[in-house]
Each structure stands twice: as structure tokens, then as C-alpha cells.
Design a binder for this molecule. Structure first.
Ligand code: ATP
Ligand code: MG
Ligand code: MG
Length: 306
């Protein structure tokens, strides 16, 4: 059983323009609206790979629930007052770049988090994988993930954390089982450049010594890195025509979760994560990747032991 948790869901609106005129009028060539927010994106990736998950979190309007119903993703959110935020992604066809403009989210309180905790434990079974992903509304304390992790771990649940900044730093004190920072998030945490494999290995070691079992580091177009207490691997990226890196990390997390749920061996899991995230960068916005392409191309990922 996989449960994804999104504290700060969003309506993802992707618009395409043909060259951005700053300070002038821009015509939208096409636009697309999707249910979004990191955990929800992870649920979509798991679905595309043929797996099942349940999406939960804090939700204002019913737009996202309706959209999840349409794509067959089960969900049970804590309803809060206030509007769900909109995250705008502007894809410029001329430069191939995506600009993101995100709202910060509604007012919520730790009481909402207590309700969320109750929801999670009613749906989870022993050993369920709980994915805590993305930002939290500003009105919540920065140790919100730490609090949730500590309580969920008492119920013998497996925790997969994907967060950044203070949320990430404080969540680590709760000792999640799995983390997936990207390079930027790690550099923020360590306050230094991590541009060699040795530095990545040292960074992973730091987390493993603090009780984290599996450390995945995503390196964007440079691939990924994996470490646990016994081994470290570098994973080369797949060479693809990158359309938008938005959601690549969520695709990576979703694939890892799917592979763990299906008890894949480590090598197959790593290949699937790299291929799934490469598949995601080939699509615009948070559109799901082509799972057939993923299955065909995962064999091209080279897993190098360090
Ligand atoms: P997100 O914006 O979803 O949070 P992230 O910054 O957490 O993403 P990245 O490190 O950018 O995650 O990317 C995750 C994975 O996606 C990488 O480990 C890599 O496998 C794949 N990836 C990202 N960009 C590219 C690219 N240009 N070409 C091939 N693969 C890529
Ligand atoms: Mg990135
Ligand atoms: Mg990320």
C-alpha cells in the first residue's frame, strides 16, 4: 500500500506561448489544467506505471478530487476552508524553457494535521509506504513533517520524504527511511557545492549515520546517485530531448515507490527510476510519461558501483 501526502496541493495550469514578451501582451497558444502538488504528481506517476496508491493531504476545493476520480486515483483528503492554489507553468515554445509561478497556499493549522494523521492511519496497513512530498502552507510550523514522521513511525510505517529547505532539515530529525533531495536541495542543506561523486557520497553518509536507510540524490540532466549503509551507485542519465524538467523528481520518487511495492531488486529499481524521470522530462508540464517507453529504455541505464 502506497499513500502519497500533499500538504499543499495545487491546480497545475500549463500554458504554452510562442516567445515571451516581458512587459507586453503574450498570446496563449494552448493551455492545460491538471490536479497537481508533489504527492498528487507522485500518485499520477505510480498510476501511469500500472500501480495503485492513495492520495491524501489537505484540500480546499473539490476540483482536484473530481480530477483524480477521472483518472482513477483513489483519494481521501482532509477538507479545509480556503481555495486550492494555482501553480502556473509557462512553456515558451521558442526557447523550450518553462517558467513556474506558484501561489503559496491557504491558512491551515496543526489541527488539520492531526486529522490528516488519523486519515493516514485508517488507510495504512503495517509496512505501508507513506510519501511526504513537497512544500507546506506557510501557516504550518516548519517542523510539520518531523512531527508527522515521528507519529507515523510509531505505527511501523515506512516514510519516504521529498522536501526542501527548513522542512527538509527539520524532517530529518524524525528519521524518515528514504529521502530524495536534488543537488540544489543538498547544497542548501550543507551550505556548500557538491560537484564531485566523493562529495555526494560523503553527503549520503551523513544522512545514513543519522538513521536514514536509503538516500537517492537526483542530479537533473546528470543522472542520479544512490547510497545505503552497504553500497553506493552512480546512475547515468538517459539522453532524451528535454521538454520540461517540471515533475522529473516526482517521477523519480513515484518509480522508486512503485518498484519497492513490487519488490524489485535494487538494480531494476534504480533503472526504472532513471528511465521514468527521463520519460517525464520528455513531456510538457506534469503530463505523465509514456510507460511503454520507460520499460523499453530502462535497460539503457548504466548502474555504476562506487
Ligand atoms: P522536481 O522539479 O520534480 O522536484 P527535481 O529537481 O527534484 O525535480 P531532478 O534532479 O531535476 O529532480 O530530476 C530527477 C531525475 O530526472 C534525474 O535524476 C534524472 O534521472 C531525470 N532527469 C532530469 N532532467 C533530465 C534531463 N535533462 N535528461 C535526462 N534525464 C533527466
Ligand atoms: Mg530539478
Ligand atoms: Mg524535487
Amino acid at each position: 500500500m502506497i499513500i502519497t501526502v500533499t500538504l499543499n496541493p495545487a491546480i497545475d495550469k500549463t500554458i504554452e506561448i510562442d516567445g515571451l514578451t516581458q512587459g507586453g501582451l503574450n498570446k496563449v497558444v494552448c493551455s492545460n489544467t491538471d490536479p497537481g502538488g508533489k504527492g498528487i504528481n507522485v500518485s499520477k506517476v505510480i498510476k501511469s506505471l500500472g500501480g495503485e496508491s492513495m492520495a491524501t493531504g489537505l484540500l480546499g476545493s473539490s476540483y482536484i478530487e473530481n480530477a483524480l476520480n477521472k483518472v482513477g486515483i483513489s483519494h481521501d483528503f482532509v477538507r479545509i476552508s480556503g481555495e486550492t492554489r494555482t501553480n502556473l507553468k509557462v512553456f515558451d515554445r521558442r526557447t523550450g524553457e518553462t517558467t513556474e509561478i506558484n501561489e503559496s497556499g491557504p491558512e491551515v493549522s496543526m489541527q488539520d494535521i492531526d486529522c490528516l494523521y488519523e486519515k493516514i492511519i485508517t488507510h495504512a496497513t503495517a509496512g505501508s509506504l507513506i510519501i511526504l512530498s513537497g512544500s507546506a502552507p506557510k501557516s504550518l510550523p516548519r517542523d510539520v513533517y518531523k512531527t508527522l514522521i515521528q507519529k507515523l513511525k510509531e505505527k511501523a510505517l515506512k516514510i519516504f520524504l521529498d522536501a526542501e529547505g527548513d522542512l527538509f532539515r527539520q524532517a530529518l530529525e524524525g528519521k524518515p527511511h528514504i529521502i530524495k533531495p536534488n543537488r540544489h536541495e543538498l547544497e542548501l542543506y550543507f551550505e556548500r557545492k557538491l560537484d564531485t561523486r566523493t562529495s555526494l557520497r560523503e553527503a549520503s553518509q551523513h544522512f545514513i549515520e543519522r538513521g536514514i536507510e536509503k538516500v537517492f540524490i537526483s542530479l537533473g540532466a546528470e543522472g542520479a546517485f544512490y547510497s545505503d549503509s552497504k553500497r553506493s551507485y552512480y546512475l547515468n542519465p538517459l539522453q532524451v530531448k528535454a521538454h520540461s524538467s517540471v515533475g522529473a523528481g516526482d517521477a523519480f520518487v513515484g518509480a522508486v515507490a512503485y518498484a519497492l511495492e513490487n519488490q524489485y531488486g535494487l538494480e531494476k529499481l534504480l533503472k526504472m527510476a532513471v528511465a521514468t524521470s527521463a520519460g517525464a522530462v520528455m513531456t510538457v508540464g506534469t503530463k505523465p510519461m509514456d510507460s511503454i517507453w520507460v520499460l523499453k529504455n530502462m535497460e539503457h541505464v548504466v548502474v555504476t558501483a562506487l
